[in-house]
Write a protein of this length. Structure first.
Length: 361
């Protein structure tokens, strides 16, 4: 492997994180204003020097990302927050102590050194300290703050393996650090700390109750719950269509008043819909759990995880949405996975992927 990075090359190099040349090559690419995809504990990120506007601009180009959608700045030392943010309230310190390194992003007012090209013109900055050793290594060895959105083409599901990154980014970025499949599988929780009462702008692995145990009452951005299109989410990225597979995805959920017996109703309805579409010559996939999988008639039953175990579903969700594209299915029916602590984070992604198309049985 050649450790001399050529900035004019668009040959994307995929390197295993264990390879001794991988990190030096990635560091060199970042220092020269290049783009490096790397594993984090949530999803793969697409990194560039956060203080270099030209480098950050390349991220938008590689992803096809709208320029008003700001980037998260990744750091490896808590003290770096004070270099990037002009005000760090007590509650931010408490959250940093409780959840960093880990899947939590905090929004604070930015200092001038953070360019508008990184924050999409906002006067605030999103900061996160990831816990994945390869991510921490990359930040420390480069000596940079690394701006990194998820390493997918805008609109596609976030990548949870290096192969997913390669599908979207070959020929567009310099290095892909392959650290295997990520652990969590959905993006970090985002908490805005610029108002008196903190609010969740994106649900994630760190849940509302986990946050409230540390800092007291936390709001949820109303635009996440009320789907009134005139409400603008405070995290610009949350307003965009996301994760949508090419086939038409519909979520089939239980009427909460019906209790557990409704699982059979959901299976029956999905099987009826499947039969109907197959009879019209369409290809259908079903997204379910290991527990319910045997009851579906579709030829493409995709198992997202285990019933009641949100973390197993989060870990598989994005790769299953990508698999739907690989299978070229026309219609996809998914059970709702709104049980457990992670339910709201999972359903936020699944409903976006479904364009909010829901059948309640
Ligand atoms: O887990 C994660 O957070 C991953 C990994 C790579 O760290 N990153 C990630 O980045 O999900 P991205 O760019 O795909 O999503 C960042 C979200 C977007 O919805 C963006 O609008 C929001 O964070 N955001 C960034 N800066 C913000 C700010 N200053 N104010 C409000 N929202 C912000
Ligand atoms: Mg993203």
């Amino acid at each position: 492997m050649n450790t001399n990075y050529d900035p004019n090359s668009i040959n994307t190099i995929i390197a295993q994180v264990e390879n001794e040349n991988a990190l030096p090559m990635a560091v060199s690419a970042l220092k020269q204003g290049g783009l490096v995809a790397f594993p984090t504990e949530t999803v793969y990120g697409l990194g560039a020097n956060a203080l270099d506007e030209t480098a950050a601009a390349k991220i938008y180009a590689a992803k096809g990302r709208p320029s008003d959608n700001p980037l998260i700045v990744h750091i490896a030392n808590t003290k770096d927050v004070y270099e990037l943010a002009s005000n760090v309230p007590e509650k931010a310190v408490m959250l940093m102590e409780a959840f960093w390194p880990g899947p939590l992003t905090i929004i604070l007012p930015k200092k001038d050194i953070v360019p508008d090209g990184t924050t999409g013109g906002l006067k605030t900055v999103a900061i996160r300290m990831p816990s994945h050793p390869a991510a921490l290594d990359l930040i420390k060895k480069s000596g940079l703050y690394i701006a990194a959105p998820s390493a997918n083409t805008s609109g596609r599901p976030s990548p949870t393996t290096a192969l997913h990154v390669a599908e979207d980014m070959m020929g567009k970025i310099d290095v892909i650090l392959d650290g295997g499949a990520v652990g969590i599988g959905i993006e970090s929780t985002i908490v805005d700390l610029t108002d008196d009462t903190p609010s969740i702008l994106r649900p994630g692995f760190v849940t509302k109750s986990m946050l409230e145990n540390v800092i007291g009452p936390v709001n949820i951005d109303p635009a996440l719950i009320n789907l009134d299109p005139t409400l603008r989410p405070k995290a610009p990225g949350m307003k965009y269509t996301h994760y949508a597979p090419k086939g038409e995805l519909t979520v089939v959920e239980a009427d909460p008043s019906k209790g557990l017996s409704s699982t059979k109703d959901i299976i029956d309805v999905i099987n009826e819909l499947t039969e109907d579409k197959i009879s019209q010559g369409y290809k259908v996939a079903v997204i379910t759990t290991q527990d319910n999988a045997p009851f579906y008639i579709s030829n493409n039953v995709l198992i997202a995880g285990e019933e009641g175990k949100g973390e197993t579903i989060a870990a598989k969700l994005y790769s299953i949405l990508r698999q739907c594209d690989d299978l070229n299915v026309d219609f996809i029916y998914s059970e709702a996975f709104n049980h457990g602590e992670l339910g709201s984070a999972i359903m936020n992604r699944l409903l976006k992927a479904a364009g909010q198309r829901v059948i309640t049985v």
